[in-house]
Design a protein around this ligand. Structure first.
Ligand code: GTP
Ligand code: SPV
Ligand code: MN
Length: 579
């Protein structure tokens, strides 16, 4: 613990907290953090009969989502961050933000949060130490990570650790920086208390820093959910899926399908946001979920869309920026058909009915162990073997419900070309199409072209790589309605994917890949017209030519870091489309 103590002492000497609390991750300590926030008014107790051990936090209204424009990769060389990341020279960044950290914890408590990303005893797990002046962050980290003794023990065994320094600062967007120093495995975050900006184990460590470590060491750190589909014969097939922020990972990870459950199928939830994958001795890729909690989008979650999430959040949960009913229970848009009367909005005001009552990026923070479908392999040091990778996003037009890539290299091209309409998970306009390769645009800690090359290399080194698919639950019809019912019915797509993996499912070859034939998806018990299904599975050549041409913008930007295989894949697709 000597190196940890030395670093913490250094940080305390700069930030000058009134007291330093070393967190042990215990229940009693969590209780003290909650009590402190209740007495300071930064947490509100919810109705304890209906929502035992649940609390509401209202954040600063200017601090409700990730701020990508204030997020930097401070690698020694600008080129290593690549053109899709913001870059700062490490020394300059430290000089500038170091001034902000100087004395910033005066009068505050500094919490030292040792945490483990991944199951205890897993060679694939990693230790981090987050120092923070936010009790909300410390409490959230206890849900999202294995915090305390288990991490200290790993440090004492000589494991290296990622250092994360966090301060709320003044919560001023003008004085906010999320800095990553990948060469030093160091994170500095100033001026925000929001999830991905402040819970440093999550996107900062488990994706931005870990993606660099993974490249160096030959494994993968991905923005992916992990789920298992158990078949009637008892065997479970594991799948991961990379969708951009607020594009359906949590929902797919804990999908409920009464129709297929009655026929002997069952979904198991391993992870809902991040996967770390390694090549196993059997030649397959094995995935662990580095997290132990869900930081999930509240709006849209209901008994109909996601009964597992509703059951999960009913205890031991922190809610952030949701609305409050007069009964002291949380509410958000989409939870019930009509809003209850007498709502208090996410900013604590009587709800006017004009703007949303809950913030569109309001969230719940909940132990994944509370999920009724939590996988028995959640804490398995080995993880689970992956049979298929899914890529997807919000595409109102263009992308069919599902298609399969021809092979790994083509699959990497499909991931590299991902596009999705932006959501409220990050500051900025919502609903605008942007390239988001592998759902990693905001989370890759190095040059995106090198990241593509790493994917290609992993495919060459993996004897039994997963099959690769692309899905789109969000295609809309002429009236702006979703064409596909989504949620539990996505099981129908998963079953076709498993059929394909096992060499069964029927498919038609198209220029973009293999698309299910009209009779290939099991649509039993679903009311959907053949015309709608045709539209959902259609491939519009002209639109795909435009899409593929526009991909040149990203590919050109990556310069000579773009693997030639992917440039060739783009040309080959244009040829197949008849361009
Ligand atoms: P992050 O936590 O930001 O990484 O998001 P996520 O990818 O886990 O997304 P999540 O599952 O929380 O879903 C985001 C929003 O999409 C919610 O409002 C969901 O209700 C909605 N959603 C999820 N799945 C579907 C689907 O199959 N169809 C439709 N129409 N909406 C969906
Ligand atoms: C996302 O934005 O992809 C999230 C929430 O999962 S955050 O933790 O803020 O990154
Ligand atoms: Mn996410």
């Amino acid at each position: 613990m000597q190196p940890v103590r030395r670093w913490v002492a250094e940080v305390a000497a700069t930030t000058r907290p009134e007291e330093v609390v070393w967190c042990d991750g215990s229940e009693a300590e969590y209780g003290r953090l909650i009590d402190r926030m209740l007495s300071e008014g930064t947490m509100i107790e919810l109705n304890q009969q209906a929502f035992p051990r649940c609390y509401l936090h209202r954040s600063d209204p200017k601090d409700v989502s990730r701020t990508e424009h204030l997020t930097f990769i401070c690698s020694a060389r600008r080129e290593d961050a690549g053109p899709t990341n913001n870059w700062r020279d490490p020394a300059e960044a430290k000089a500038k933000v170091g001034e902000m950290f100087a004395g910033c914890m005066k009068g505050r408590t500094m919490y030292v949060v040792p945490y483990l990303m991944g199951p205890a005893g897993s060679p694939n797990s990693q230790v981090g130490i987050e120092v923070t002046d936010s009790p909300y962050v410390a409490a959230s980290m206890r849900i999202m990570t294995r915090m305390g003794q288990v991490a200290i023990q790993a440090v004492e065994e000589g494991r290296p650790f990622v250092r994360g320094l966090h301060s709320l600062g003044e919560l001023d967007p003008e004085r906010r920086f999320i800095l990553h120093f990948p060469e030093e495995r160091l994170i500095w975050s100033y001026g925000s208390g929001y999830g991905g900006n402040a819970l440093l184990g999550k996107k900062c460590h488990a994706l931005r820093i870990a993606s660099v470590t993974a490249r160096d060491e030959g494994w993968m750190a991905e923005h992916m959910l992990i789920l298992g589909v158990q078949r009637p014969d008892g065997e479970t097939v594991y799948i991961t899926a990379a969708f951009p922020s607020a594009c359906g990972k949590t929902n797919l990870a804990m999908l409920v399908s009464p129709f297929f459950e009655a026929r002997g199928y069952k979904v198991w939830t391993v992870g809902d946001d991040i996967a770390w994958l390694r090549i196993g001795e059997d030649g397959r890729l094995w995935a662990i979920n580095p997290e132990s909690g869900c930081f999930g989008v509240a709006p849209g979650t209901s008994e109909q869309s996601n009964p597992n999430a509703m059951a999960m959040v009913r205890r031991d949960s922190l809610f952030t920026n949701v609305a409050l009913t007069p009964q002291g229970t949380p509410w958000w848009e989409g939870m019930t058909a009509a809003p209850p009367s007498g709502l208090t909005d996410w900013q604590g005001r009587p709800w006017s009915g004009q703007a949303p009552a809950a913030h569109p990026n309001s969230r719940f923070t909940t132990p994944i162990a509370n999920c009724p479908t939590v996988s028995p392999h959640l804490n398995d040091p080995q993880g689970v073997p992956i049979a298929a990778f899914l890529f997807g996003g919000r595409r109102t037009h263009l992308a069919p419900l599902v298609y399969q890539s021809f092979d790994w290299e083509h699959g990497v091209f499909v991931g590299a070309g991902m596009g999705s309409e932006t959501t409220a998970a990050a500051v900025g306009a919502v609903g605008q199409l942007r390239r988001d390769p592998f759902a990693m645009l905001p989370f890759c800690g190095y040059h995106m072209g090198d990241y593509f090359a790493h994917w290609l290399a992993m495919g060459r080194r993996t004897p039994r790589p997963p099959a690769i698919f692309h899905v789109n639950w969000f295609r809309k019809g002429a009236e702006g309605q979703f064409l596909w019912p989504g949620y539990g019915d996505n099981m129908r797509v998963l079953l076709w994917i498993i059929d394909r993996v096992e060499g069964r499912g029927k498919a038609a070859e198209t220029p973009i890949g293999f698309v299910p034939t009209p009779d290939a998806l099991n649509l039993e018990g679903l009311e959907i017209s053949p015309e709608t299904m045709r539209e959902l599975l259609s491939v519009d050549r002209q639109a795909w030519i435009r899409e593929t041409e526009s991909l040149a913008e990203l590919f050109d930007k990556l310069g000579d870091h773009l693997p030639p295989e992917l440039a060739a894949q783009r040309q080959a697709l244009l040829r197949r489309l008849g361009a």
